[in-house]
Write a protein that binds this ligand. Structure first.
Ligand code: GLA
Length: 379
């Protein structure tokens, strides 16, 4: 379906058949929140909502992209990149960082479309970045190295776009494998594909709330974590154990202590989650989800009322093993682990309960763990 649509749209805009179709997914984080910029552990997975590009290389250094969703065009020269505003900055930023790393790039013509909800905490921007990197790899003929491309895309977001994110989203979009979650060590970028337990569905619950001030609150959390790491005399909070944590009691400010407690206990929860996934203990996995939410609500303080409400609505349903907010927080989505056979019923029941409690309409996605950035076979 998607490939036919992309081929037809490419033909409409460029009067030719595209040479490549590439795709990069959004992600949902199962557990390990705000740990990535503390050199810690995360467990995200690529989702079946993605960004797609159909493209053909050009003989010159011009990039011409048509966004089918926004009905807008962007044209720029790879040798004279200048900053602007809007969706094309993610594309330009990746082009800039790739060239800075020494990749000789060829221009291309492309059409782009996506179905990752924007601003919901499902990493639509990482999906655009990795789809762009994949498009350049195809057009310019260089090998795909997932971790390297994720780093370059993260740099594009940090430095070109100006958002101070960690590495999780780009790694999930670059390196996920269908059917698996990605257990990632954010210090070394070593990763392992952890199989999802059988007969379990991952359900994303979008609160439909968005908060504008995420950036400043996110940066504030980062500096509080750095302050705690300095006090403990370590490079990052990843190096503090649950036992060591109490040494900070009464020495660090109450707020900084709470932030550190979240990070240190969350890292431990990720490690245990991976074990429980392997052991197939979904019940315990669900408990870890619930504990993660409580920690993000009470210690890291990055939930909002809507997230707390939707998580409670989810946790109350039979067939739900556990639920938690996912992503940066302050709005956006929660994620629930649900018995596969109850997933549809669960979705309806949570939407109704959430509507009653908050007055808001949730969007619910029963998700499949999907492959990371790649070239798509034609239908
Ligand atoms: C955002 C950032 C990630 C990560 C999460 C919180 O999604 O982009 O790098 O820090 O928040 O876990």
């Amino acid at each position: 379906m998607k490939t036919k649509f992309l081929e037809q749209s490419f033909a409409t805009h460029f009067n030719a058949k595209p040479d490549f179709i590439v795709r990069a997914p959004g992600r949902v984080n199962l557990i390990g929140e705000h740990t990535d910029y503390n050199d810690g552990y995360v467990l995200p997975m690529g989702i079946d909502h993605a960004v797609w590009m159909a493209l053909s290389p050009r003989a010159d250094s011009t990039v011409h992209i048509r966004s089918l969703d926004l009905e807008a065009d962007s044209t720029f020269d790879l040798h004279s990149l200048t900053k602007g505003e809007g969706w094309a900055e993610y594309v330009k930023g990746v082009a800039y960082e790739l060239q800075k790393e020494g990749y000789p790039l060829r221009g291309f013509d492309a059409v782009m479309t996506g179905d990752v909800p924007r601003g919901a905490g499902l990493s639509s921007s990482a999906a655009v970045e990795l789809a762009t990197a994949r498009a350049f790899a195809s057009a310019s003929g260089f090998d795909w190295q997932a971790a390297r491309m994720a780093r370059i895309s993260q740099k594009a977001e940090n430095e070109w776009v100006g958002v101070n994110c960690g590495i999780m989203d780009q790694m999930a979009s670059a390196a996920s494998v269908a059917g698996y979650a990605l257990f990632l060590d954010c210090r070394t970028l070593e990763y392992r594909h952890a199989p999802l337990p059988e007969k379990v569905s991952v359900v994303i619950l979008d609160t439909s709330t968005r908060r504008g001030l995420v950036d400043s609150a996110y940066n504030e959390r980062r500096s509080q974590c750095e302050e705690a790491a300095r006090w403990f005399g370590v490079k990052a909070l990843r190096d503090v154990s649950v036992d060591d944590l109490k040494k900070g009691q009464g020495k660090l400010s109450a707020v900084v202590m709470k932030r550190a407690k979240h990070i240190v206990t969350e890292n431990a929860r990720v490690l245990e989650s991976v074990q429980q996934m392997q052991a197939g203990d979904v019940k315990r996995l669900g408990e870890l989800f619930n504990a993660s939410h409580a920690s993000l609500r009470d210690d890291f303080e990055v939930t909002n009322e809507a997230l707390n409400q939707i998580v409670e609505c989810a946790q109350e349903q039979s067939g739900c093993y556990g639920a938690r907010m996912t992503g940066a927080g302050f709005g956006g989505c929660a994620v629930a682990l649900v018995e596969e056979k109850s997933a549809q019923e669960f979705s309806g029941a949570v939407s109704a309960a959430y509507k009653k409690r908050s007055g808001l309409d949730a969007s619910v996605y029963v998700c499949k763990p999907s492959a990371g950035a790649g070239v798509v076979e034609r239908e």
